[in-house]
Design a protein around this ligand. Sequence first.
Ligand SMILES: Cc1cc2nc3c(=O)[nH]c(=O)nc-3n(C[C@H](O)[C@H](O)[C@H](O)COP(=O)(O)OP(=O)(O)OC[C@H]3O[C@@H](n4cnc5c(N)ncnc54)[C@H](O)[C@@H]3O)c2cc1C
Length: 369
Amino acid sequence: MERVYLKRENCCGCSACYNICPTKAITMKPDEEGFLYPVIDESLCIDCYSCVNVCPLITEGNNKEKTTPDFYVAKHKSEEVLMNSTSGGAFTAISDAILGLGGVIYGVDYDDEFKVLHRRAETYQERNRFRISKYVQSNLGDIFKEINKDLEEGRKVLFTGTPCQAAGLRGFIGDSKLTENLYVCDLICHSIPSPIIWEDYKKLLEKEHGGKLTNVQFRSKIIDWTRENSNKSFLYTTSGSEEILNDERFYKLFFGLKTITRPSCSECPFTDIHRASDITIADYWGIEKYAPEWMDTKGVSVILVNNEKGADLLQKCSEGLFYEKRAKEESLAEQQRLREPVQFPENRSEFWEDYRKHGFEYIIEQLDK
Ligand SMILES: Cc1cc2nc3c(=O)[nH]c(=O)nc-3n(C[C@H](O)[C@H](O)[C@H](O)COP(=O)(O)OP(=O)(O)OC[C@H]3O[C@@H](n4cnc5c(N)ncnc54)[C@H](O)[C@@H]3O)c2cc1C
């Protein structure tokens, strides 16, 4: 077989095909926008079609639940957790519940060079590294195979990731008995930015301030948690500067221009209330209007309970989490990604043409004009 997908919009890069290929004929390779796509070595391919059959964008229904979720507002009871989480700390409470049962957590971390990737955690300390959204597509590597191994060994597993990654994992694990111990948690996802642009951005920050990056943090709570502030704080430090610095240019490319996100995001089938997960977490935007008593400038979460397993999981969180059922209409009104995919600007291809011809610094110069 030549290709798993027909056009770039049809591949979300979840790597389920790479993980399932019985002859290791597939490698995940970046295209010129830096997003990973499966490339088939035809000399190894046995035409078994496992890759096509596992693809969550091809599978009818996209591995989504057919039920309508219950919506909750939630907030972690610990101020320390709230300050170190993107939203209301729902992830910490959910992962605490699974760690407390002797389970393992899969989530998104930075490596030593702040590349974004999925990792496995068995301790609270390792899990804490997954906190705080990293607005870059993570590299999943062999993670689905690792999860399968944990499940085969009888471990409980919590996977957290974007909706397409969650759907890819569900397709990979299939309907086997193994799913009993698997808990899948996705996010409401705006869209996912390019790893190559992230690399260029980090290099630029290092060039501007000297030395190597020593820390990065999207959405710090040093600035109050509100929708308006959600694209204002990106904190970083470099070995060449004593200061904690803040920069908004990556957000401008991501949320503002919408040019640096994956082509498949514009046709994302996971932008509705039917989810490919047991539980979904996000920001409770608009809570100050609907239930001001829940508003907290340190962060508030919305939780979608998508099935019985999700309900059981939420119940297991009651030690760490305050929560209350809310009308689904509130989040449907506030969360565009529960209604429709991101719409790319007409000049998206011009943007990438400029990037190819003139490089990243030129792109940044244009931003300031
Ligand atoms: C790319 C992206 C787009 C998002 N878009 C929206 C949106 O449109 N609306 C909205 O309300 N919320 C959105 N979120 C979710 C929101 O930013 C928070 O991640 C979520 O509310 C969890 O917050 P928390 O306080 O419970 O968890 P935290 O303690 O902050 O934990 C963060 C969680 O996100 C996971 N994560 C971090 N980075 C990534 C990544 N690159 N890919 C996959 N998973 C990741 C971690 O594994 C962990 O489970 C988005 C998140 C990401 C990563």
